[in-house]
Design a protein around this ligand. Structure first.
Ligand SMILES: [Zn+2]
Length: 85
């Protein structure tokens, strides 16, 4: 994980997290939303916990939130020609 948050999206209608509540604002994710992942830490994995204690890279447990909820920034998506198709 890095500290740089890149937006994921727009979320397709069949994405598994559509309808799940955003942990930050509690509004359900919708198709077209931009989201990002917030790393929480090593979680319950003993190997990841040890790597974290030693300052080594590890695979973090992360939660998905709206990009705007994580950064305060809005994602502006340029209108593409295929949008009108
Ligand atoms: Zn949110």
């Amino acid at each position: 994980m890095t500290d740089t948050k890149d937006p994921f999206g727009p979320k397709p209608a069949d994405h598994p997290s559509v309808g799940n509540p955003c942990p930050a604002c509690h509004k359900p994710f919708e198709a077209g939303d931009y989201t990002t992942l917030i790393a929480l830490g090593p979680g319950s994995d003993p190997d990841a916990q040890q790597r974290a204690r030693e300052g080594r890279p590890y695979t973090a447990v992360a939660v998905e939130v709206h990009f705007t909820c994580a950064t305060g920034e809005r994602v502006v998506r340029l209108r593409l020609p295929e949008d009108d198709a």
